[in-house]
Ligand binder design. Structure first.
Ligand code: SF4
Ligand code: SF4
Ligand code: SF4
Length: 302
């Protein structure tokens, strides 16, 4: 059973090319300004081609940083395995996780980080501090850090060939040293909103004086955070991933986003039906005082 599981995981990870899926914000709209994956790549292996991100497989080291940073989980791939034993994550100096990764591990039961050095690197410190600030806002206790020099020294690294040559009993023994599959997250597992359903991580502000209720944001939001019906424009940020697509595509610049943690709420703005003072057509607006429809306003601007 253990042998089958380990080999299954191993085969799954062979020759897997990281890939950007078609729900990437830049595929959805040419107005998207998202560069999260490009900015996160430590070896500059992601470039824009015709406005869309493309991963250069030759240069990609499969570090998983782009997988963790994409706000819409569009980079398909796996995060690298961490050494995890007894629900404690061993800090690797060669890769610093994102705050989002740490919070997802935390919510999966890992609240202790183990360092083999007494002096923790500045990058790790910064990430843990940020994660602890977020945990505080989420009403959760902080990460617990312990020092254990012996913990990492005995870790064995196996080549693919060595793995195939091991007997079942040896694999079982090794199984206790390897990260179990449940800790090996892929892009779909990296949705913070699902892990913290009572909170929202983004504040969405709408300028009701400039919004023309055109519906473009509603159409493109991948999480259905913005819903316009006959009477209301509703904003529910709980599922919002701060992908910034609504902000990028709004022709009036009426949406602004701020990353902050607060209890999940829905804000409803009344939709009014006013008569345009210029063309006399009825139009939708969020501003009761507005007396010019979108088309007449555009005419006035030109
Ligand atoms: S981070 Fe995600 S949404 Fe943004 S450009 Fe990269 S793949 Fe697209
Ligand atoms: S916020 Fe912008 S994109 Fe959304 S309905 Fe209003 S004007 Fe249109
Ligand atoms: S509300 Fe805007 S930022 Fe949030 S998920 Fe929808 S499109 Fe992205």
């Amino acid at each position: 059973m253990v042998l089958a599981q380990l080999l299954g995981n191993w085969f799954e990870s062979l020759d897997y090319n990281y890939h950007i899926a078609s729900h990437c914000s830049r595929h959805v709209s040419p107005r998207s300004t998202c560069t999260a994956c490009i900015d996160s790549c430590p070896v500059d292996a992601i470039k824009l081609e015709n406005g869309k991100p493309v991963i250069d497989i030759e240069n990609c080291t499969e570090c998983g940083d782009c997988v963790a940073s994409c706000p819409v989980q569009a980079v398909e791939g796996f995060l690298p395995k961490w050494k995890i034993q007894n629900e404690r994550l061993f800090m690797d100096e060669n890769r610093i996780p994102t705050v989002k990764e740490l919070l997802i591990y935390y919510k999966s039961g890992i609240s202790t980080l183990v360092s083999e050095k007494e002096a923790i690197s500045l990058e790790w410190k910064k990430t843990i501090e940020e994660a602890n600030q977020m945990l505080d806002s989420l009403g959760e206790p902080p990460f617990h850090i312990i020092f254990d020099q012996a913990a990492l020294s005995g870790e064995s690294k196996l080549s693919r060939r060595e793995l195939f040559l091991l007997w079942d009993t040896e694999l079982k023994k090794m199984g206790t040293d390897m990260t179990p599959a449940k800790w090996r997250f892929n892009h779909e597992s990296l949705n913070l909103s699902q892990k913290y359903p009572d909170y929202q991580f983004t504040k969405i502000s709408l300028d009701t004086t400039t919004c023309t209720v055109c519906g473009a944001c509603e159409k493109l939001c991948p999480k259905e955070c913005l819903i316009i019906d006959k009477d209301h424009f509703s904003i529910s940020a709980q599922q919002c991933t701060n992908c910034s697509l609504c902000q990028d595509i709004c022709p009036e610049g009426a949406i602004s986003l701020k990353q902050m943690i607060s209890p999940a709420t829905t804000i409803e703005q009344q939709v009014y039906y006013n008569e345009c003072a210029s063309c006399e057509e009825t139009f939708e607006t969020l501003n009761q005082e507005n007396n010019l429809c979108m088309f007449c306003k555009m005419k006035q601007r030109t």
